[in-house]
Design a protein around this ligand. Structure first.
Ligand code: IMP
Ligand code: MG
Length: 192
């Protein structure tokens, strides 16, 4: 139990709008799961999730994939608390346990913004010689792209707004929310 009241804001204080509601998210994720199940039938499918933003999406997506598959996780450092953009320098902070060589790999991501994170991870994974390698992203902020990323499966294309919820954080909080919300950055303040 907390010993003093938390100074972390309630999301309702800075939510400017709900961009994608729970029902719309879940319907689209079911479609993506069905598509992947068709496309990868008979393959040794490995889903790789980039921690931590992709976790909610991965676990819901898996429930809609009807073919046998394995999952594994990796973590990369992009930008730190208080920063809203990738540094462009991506470091692998947690490597996979699984063998990638010869397997059909789908990289599962929450959002592709500049593209730097996924581009680096793809480069890293391709050195391990998978049979195939594709990207499944829930959100695509396509107008922000700085480096090309081939996307095999895309949930939603979204405008250039800072979003949170459904795995996406603001300074590590609010990942639990079942919808994608837009932050009003004038009303959001980081305390601690
Ligand atoms: P990229 O390397 O610029 O493509 O950044 C990708 C990473 O930045 C994502 O995996 C997210 O962790 C984070 N990110 C980008 N845009 C947002 C956003 O609007 N809200 C929360 N996190 C974001
Ligand atoms: Mg992320």
């Amino acid at each position: 139990m907390p010993t003093k009241p938390s100074t972390i804001q309630n999301y309702t204080e800075f939510l400017s709008e709900i961009l994608i509601d729970e029902d719309t998210l879940q319907k689209r994720i079911a479609e993506l799961g069905a598509e992947i199940s068709r496309d990868y039938a008979g393959e040794d499918l490995l889903l790789i999730c980039i921690l931590r933003g992709g976790v909610m999406f991965l676990t819901d997506l898996m429930r809609h994939i009807t073919i046998p598959h394995a999952v594994d996780f990796m973590a990369v450092s992009s930008y730190g608390v208080g920063k809203r953009e990738s540094s462009g320098q991506v470091r692998i902070t947690l490597d996979l346990n699984s063998v990638v060589t010869g397997r059909s790999v789908i990289l599962v991501e929450d959002i592709i913004d500049s593209g730097r994170t996924v581009a680096s991870v793809l480069e890293f994974l391709s050195t391990r010689k998978p049979k195939s390698l594709t990207v499944c992203t829930l959100l695509d902020k396509d107008t922000r792209r700085e480096v090309f990323v081939p996307i095999g499966y895309r949930g939603f294309t979204i405008p250039d707004r800072f979003v949170f919820g459904y795995g996406l954080d603001i300074d590590e909080y609010y990942r639990n929310l079942p919808f994608i919300g837009v932050v009003d950055l004038k009303k959001y303040h980081l305390e601690g």
